[in-house]
Design a protein around this ligand. Structure first.
Ligand code: NAD
Length: 502
């Protein structure tokens, strides 16, 4: 469909997002009447006030979700009917593409071209994919003797609390919503206080699509208020959490202090990108790592932020990566040509600049970038930054930065490369670049990460699981495996009489 590109600045000026929460199918203010200001990292403009959800609002949302579940308003519908409603929800997301993309860009700073081409379509595809699964996933019959039948069925858990971050607000919400709703649960979603707008709009679209009231509720608010109340709630059966490892620890504590609800953590990363000297196309490897690292301003959990390069090709590799950096100049996110937008807020800006400072003071060489730019806009922009000569003990080699900062380390042997790659508290993704098929397989198996890429980094699809080893989390989003998180397995034994009764 070819339609003229909207004037995004005019559209942004005309935007009046509704910041009220959505509970039981209705928009409403926080019980306290309190709000928090929503500001755009693009230029500091006000996007309006958003309801500041607190425990009392979470109570109302969970009660509504529980009622919807107990009355089987959703789980009780025929699978084909549930599929249709979720398909309609996906269609409505696509139909609202421009509005959702604009909200996402203004709220968290990513370039509009990617909100349009990645965030909105991926969100819709996720919902549509799980819609299709509703009437295609079968349960099991166990291999028992003649005198019994044992059914192994999946049942919805009940009320799912979803707590998500700000880097891909819609996509992260969809990764929880898709499987949780397809399985027949009710959901209470707590978006990040830094990016609450698209979640509220998504819930409205779901209601328009015919999702019964109470099945999908959104309570915006701060983590230690709305988030904590949801994770501590005695009537929430599971928490699907995506966010930092620090908050993930709290989720486990909340479960321990309350009803032992299931907790599925999708947490941080410091993914290793390992380039061997037998890989012929060093330039392609360098271009790929730059593209993946600087996408979304480096605010991606799976960003390949730890680059390990064989010593003999490292100078050539670093020179080429450094030459890529200027191809990602921070610019106006509302300009369709922009490829690098704004960091989400002043806190994230200070964190990223703090790491750049740490890299310099610990003795790494800044080969590209390193500065805050576009300060005159009132937004938060940092140049794509490459550090060479990084030692494993440095902060920038160990800690997740969550900004456009890449650390390059050098190695001499395969064993050293594997040891360095695995010497991390995280294990979300990794990548190995080698033209030696034995080495590529050997190293791919040795890397401790939920996803390992070989000679590429960009492939991804809703059909494959996404999640981490170690402190990158425990659950898996996406694919049919995500149903494991939002369903209980039930075994039903049925006796079969050997003889017909007289
Ligand atoms: P965060 O942990 O600060 O916040 C995530 C969510 O938790 C937000 O909704 C926040 O309000 C809430 N929260 C914060 N403190 C809380 C508390 N005390 N109690 C209850 N809820 C609380 O993380 P962030 O800064 O929003 O997101 C960045 C992190 O997310 C990075 O570490 C990134 O790697 C990770 N992430 C992981 C994945 C993945 O799939 N593994 C995907 C995207 C982002």
């Amino acid at each position: 469909m070819n339609h003229p590109a909207p004037d995004w600045h005019a559209a942004a000026n005309a935007l009046r997002p509704d910041g009220r929460m959505l509970i039981d199918g209705q928009r409403r203010h926080a019980a306290s009447g309190e709000t928090f200001a929503c500001r755009s990292p693009v230029d500091g403009r006000s996007l309006g006030d958003v309801a500041r959800g607190a425990a009392v609002d979470v109570d109302a949302a969970v009660a509504g979700a529980r009622r919807a579940f107990d009355e089987r308003r959703w789980a009780g519908k025929p699978p084909a009917a549930r599929k249709k409603i979720l398909q309609r929800f996906a269609e409505k997301i696509l139909a609202a593409r421009d509005e959702l993309a604009l909200l996402e860009t203004l709220d968290m700073g990513k370039p509009i071209q990617y909100s349009l081409s990645v965030d909105v379509p991926s969100t819709a595809r996720c919902i549509a994919w799980y819609a299709e699964a509703v009437d295609k996933v079968y349960d099991e019959v166990a291999p028992t003797g003649d005198n019994a039948l044992a059914l192994i069925t999946r049942e919805p858990m009940g009320v799912i609390g979803a707590i998500v971050p700000w880097n891909y607000p819609m996509i992260m919400a969809a990764w929880k919503l898709g499987p949780a709703l397809a399985a027949g649960n009710s959901v209470v979603l707590k978006p990040s206080e830094k990016s609450p707008l698209t979640a509220l709009r998504l819930a409205e679209l779901a209601v328009d699509a015919g999702l019964p009231p109470g099945v999908f509720n959104v309570v915006p608010g701060y983590g230690p208020e709305a988030g904590e109340a949801l994770a501590l709630h005695m009537d929430v059966d599971a928490i699907g959490f995506t966010g930092s490892t620090r908050t993930g620890r709290r989720m486990l504590e909340y479960a321990g202090r309350s009803n032992l609800k299931r907790v599925y953590n999708e947490l941080g990363g410091k993914s290793a990108f390992v380039v061997f000297d037998d890989f012929g196309d060093v330039e392609r490897a360098a271009e790929t790592v730059a593209g993946s690292m600087f996408f979304n301003q480096g605010e991606s959990c799976n960003a390949p932020s730890r680059v390990l390069v064989h010593d003999s090709i490292a100078d050539r590799f670093v020179a080429h990566v450094a030459a890529q950096a200027p191809k990602y100049p921070p610019a106006d996110p509302l300009d369709h040509a922009t490829v690098m937008g704004a960091l989400v807020d002043d806190v994230q800006l200070a964190t990223v600049m703090g790491y750049i400072e740490a890299g310099r003071s610990e003795g790494a060489r800044c080969a590209a970038g390193g500065r805050q730019v576009r300060t005159e806009t009132g937004g938060y922009y940092v140049e794509p930054t490459v550090f060479d000569g990084v030692a494993p003990a440095m902060k920038i080699a160990r800690e997740e930065i969550f900004g456009p900062v890449m650390s390059v380390l050098r190695f001499r042997t395969e064993a050293e490369a594997v040891q360095l790659a695995n010497a991390s508290a995280y294990g979300l993704q990794a990548s190995v670049w080698s033209d030696n098929i034995n080495r590529a397989h050997r190293v791919a198996r040795a890397l401790r990460a939920g996803t390992v890429h070989v000679n590429q980094y960009d492939e991804d699809d809703i059909t494959v699981p996404f999640g981490g080893f170690k402190q990158s989390g425990n659950g898996r989003d996406k694919s049919l495996h995500a149903f494991d998180k939002y369903t209980e397995l039930k075994t039903t034994w049925i006796r079969i009489d050997k003889e017909a009764r007289p």
